[in-house]
Every structure is written in structure tokens, then in C-alpha cells.
Ligand binder design. Structure first.
Ligand code: PBG
Length: 326
């Protein structure tokens, strides 16, 4: 043949050539490690549906975060498991609540070497398991919940959080939190809005990790998004950016790569994606059976999330990937 034939395989011939032309690079500094800290325990407690993940004690959390920072991970996001729960989720805004105590520990230990994010929600702290206050007729009360979120934000910021990450999907939550933070002089605390958070069936292992079950067989479909919708996700994202979100999140990750890509095309703020507990558990379960190579699939999936447009990925694989990417 005399005409030039397209030879895309030329640049795939050696590992060095492939690295040279790689369009997406996953770095340790793209990873955010989600961590659980439980009140009133002395030893870490494993979470059976999340192999390798534990509910940390205060001490074991300090050790883990110091090691993650040494591995090059810049940020962690904390979830608290309180010793007692009540209808208002009061442990979430208690200055001595478990996440606040843990934030102070980590700031004391590590100063500005680590970015401390705090998930801002009350479902881990409420006895009914909902992300907001529940009315006598069983609805989640949007506007009453916003006041509570403001108090949680102030407690987290006061304890040293760099970033509050509201995950409750109440309308107006970013604005309410921004106002509350600013009023208390926490203008420098940033907001990472879980903007497009779907009512996904992939959160099951997380709920084991935080001992949450939703009362009366309920679910979160009245506040989290319907997974049929992508345009609506853009409305959520625009709304949150308009209210002052410094960064936005899409969650889960793999089932919503289209949403990540659309968000990347539409907004300029940094985008996070959360590779959630069910996504992690599926990879582990299949790998345990020898059906897939778990390490390879983890790297492929998290790289794909970045390729779709995320700037950072929250993932339970953070430590394993950081060790591998050294
Ligand atoms: C709510 C919250 C949830 C997750 C993060 N924040 C659970 C939910 O919405 O029910 C899930 C994360 C995961 O599955 O890894 N505080």
C-alpha cells in the first residue's frame, strides 16, 4: 500500500512510549482517604463489608493519618460514629463530638501538612438514620435541617476543619453553611458540596461502617437524586456553585462518569468524585473469588474517574494506590 496507513499501535509498543503519551495520570495527590472514627473504643474495629477498612479509635486514626501523609496523601475526610444517637443528631455539632475531637488531634499532630475535610451530615448521629430532622409525619424538614447544618459547620471549623463537605442534599445547604461559617469568622473554611449525590444502592457497606439503618425501612429518595437524571445533576451543581461552593462532588463515581464529564464541561471549580463503599466492596468481593485482579481493576477504575474529569477522587483504595504509586 502506498498511502499512509494509520498506525495507532506504534505508540503502544513499549511501556516508556505508553507513559510518554498517557493522557491521564493518577497521582497520590489526587487521592482523598475516607476514614471512620468511633467514639469510646480503644482498638480499631474492622468493617466486614469493607475489607481493610476499620472504625478507628482516636489513637489508631492519628497513626493512620500520619502514615497516609508520609505516603504523600494530602487530604482525608472524616466520618464519625458516636457512642449515642438521638433524634436531632446532636453529636454532630457538639464541640466534644467525636469528629471534632479527632480534627483537633490531627491538627495538633500534623499542622498544615494535611487537608482535613469533615463530612457534614447528621445521619451518623440520628437515631432514625435520616440526614435531616424528621417531622412528626415522617418527612425530612429541609429548612429546619439547614439551621442544624450551620451549627455542625461551626463546630467542625472551630475544631480545625479546612473543608466542610455537606452530604445531606438539602436545598440551600451550601448558602446556609457559608453564612454560618462567615458569621463566626470562619471565612477561610472552604465548602466541598456533595452537589450531585444520587440515592444509590451502593452505600450499603458505608452504612455498616457508621452503624446507620434508616427507620421503618425508609430510604433517601426524597432528598438524594434519582439515578435516572443527569440534567438535574447540572441544576444541583449550578445551584451549589451559585451558593458559594468552592468545589463540587459527584457521587458515586463509576455509574456517573457521564455526570462527571458534563460537570467538567460546565463549571470551573475543582471537581471531586466519590468512589463509594459499594464500588470498593464489589472489586474486593470479585477479587477474593479470584474472578478479577483487584489491584488492576482498582487502578483502572480510579484512573477512569480522573479521565472523566474529576480533579480528585475519594476512595477506600487511597492507601493501597498510594503504596503502589510510590
Ligand atoms: C451521608 C453519607 C453517605 C455516604 C457518604 N456520606 C451515606 C448515605 O448517603 O446514605 C456514603 C459513602 C459510601 O458509600 O462510601 N453522611
Amino acid at each position: 500500500m502506498s498511502f499512509p496507513q494509520t498506525r495507532l499501535r506504534r505508540l503502544r509498543r513499549t511501556p516508556a512510549l505508553r507513559r510518554l503519551v498517557a493522557e491521564t495520570r493518577l497521582g497520590v495527590d489526587d487521592l482523598v482517604a475516607p476514614l471512620f472514627v468511633r467514639e469510646g473504643i480503644d482498638e480499631p474495629v474492622p468493617v466486614p463489608s469493607l475489607p481493610g477498612v476499620v472504625q478507628h479509635s482516636r489513637e489508631s486514626l492519628r497513626k493512620e493519618v500520619a502514615e497516609l501523609v508520609d505516603l504523600g496523601i494530602d487530604a482525608v475526610i472524616l466520618f464519625g460514629v458516636p457512642a449515642t444517637k438521638d433524634p436531632e443528631g446532636s453529636g454532630a455539632s457538639d464541640p466534644d463530638g467525636i469528629v471534632q475531637v479527632a480534627l483537633r488531634d490531627l491538627r495538633d499532630d500534623l499542622g498544615d501538612r494535611v487537608v482535613l475535610m469533615a463530612d457534614l451530615c447528621i445521619d451518623e448521629y440520628t437515631d432514625h438514620g435520616h440526614c435531616g430532622l424528621v417531622t412528626p409525619d415522617g418527612r425530612v424538614d429541609n429548612d429546619a435541617t439547614l439551621e442544624v447544618y450551620g451549627e455542625v459547620a461551626i463546630a467542625q471549623a472551630g475544631a480545625g476543619a479546612d473543608i466542610c463537605a455537606p452530604s445531606g442534599m438539602m436545598d440551600g445547604q451550601v448558602l446556609a453553611i457559608r453564612d454560618a461559617l462567615d458569621e463566626e469568622g470562619h471565612e477561610d473554611v472552604a465548602i466541598l458540596a456533595y452537589a450531585a449525590k444520587y440515592a444509590s444502592a451502593l452505600y450499603g457497606p458505608f452504612r455498616d461502617a457508621v452503624d446507620v439503618s434508616i427507620a421503618d425501612g425508609g430510604d433517601r429518595t426524597a432528598y438524594q437524586q434519582d439515578w435516572a437524571n443527569a440534567r438535574e445533576a447540572m441544576a444541583e451543581i449550578r445551584e451549589d456553585v451559585g451558593e458559594g461552593a468552592d468545589m463540587i462532588m459527584v457521587k458515586p463515581a463509576m455509574t456517573y462518569l457521564d455526570v462527571i464529564a458534563r460537570a467538567r464541561a460546565e463549571v470551573d471549580v475543582p471537581i471531586a468524585a466519590y468512589h463509594v463503599s459499594g464500588e470498593y466492596a464489589m472489586v474486593h468481593a470479585a477479587a477474593e473469588r479470584g474472578w478479577i485482579d483487584g489491584d488492576a481493576v482498582a487502578l483502572e477504575q480510579i484512573t477512569a474517574v480522573k479521565r472523566a474529569g474529576a480533579d480528585m477522587v475519594l476512595t477506600y483504595f487511597a492507601r493501597a494506590l498510594a503504596e503502589r504509586l510510590q
